[in-house]
Design a protein around this ligand. Sequence first.
Ligand SMILES: [Fe+2]
Length: 262
Amino acid sequence: MTKPPSNSGDLSRREALTSLAIGGAALITGCASAPEPQSPAPHPAPSPNAMTIPTSLTGRHAVVPLPFAPGSLNGISERMITSHHENNYGGAVKNLNRAEEELSRITAETPPFVVAALRERELTFRNSKALHEAYFANLGGNGRRSGAIEAALGQAYGTTARWEQHIRATAMGLGGGSGWALLVFELDTGALRTVSSQSHTQAAATGFPLLVMDMYEHSYQMDFGAGVARYVDAFFANVQWEEVNRRLERALKMSAIARGSG
Ligand SMILES: [Fe+2]
């Protein structure tokens, strides 16, 4: 099988513009640095005969393994991170596959309300998959921020401490409920933004996720109960900032190409 295009390295103009066109930057960054799944086989790359291959309806997404030893996090238990990965993320992958399989069977006679419901579920599971992969991939570090992201945050927010106030407050605002707190790179403007999503489907349209924080209760309840602030502290103690810097580097290239200056 032809190897799928890599998410790392130089990006072509077509790849960058396609990412913008679907408004789905969140969907392409999550597994950027994660190992490629071995089984089942990933989607084939487009080919001259791509029109004959239903690449969007195969239902063959695979779970990406945790990029760190599950017992290695500081203050986040192996039991909770394993449950999160297997049940919540794994469930999203499984349900995305089922949604794609159902969508592969729609016809002109399928009731529109059935299609609408399937599309809503498909987007929920697809974004959940991507955001969870980005979340796990930006954990496993020592929490010490460094590199280009430090300067970029300082420029965008005055000081990095001011940005951290913003994202911590954003996360706390989602506590007790559900959602995601994110630092994103706006591909159409080149700006850093701190955003929240109260579900899997409110991601910023052109926001390339740099740092992803899961604020669904399943991400902290087992270890911290209702202690959201202690989870936020634990999250920041484990951020893999090298991965955030790699995402920033890719976002800068993609944004430059998409805006015609790269
Ligand atoms: Fe989650």
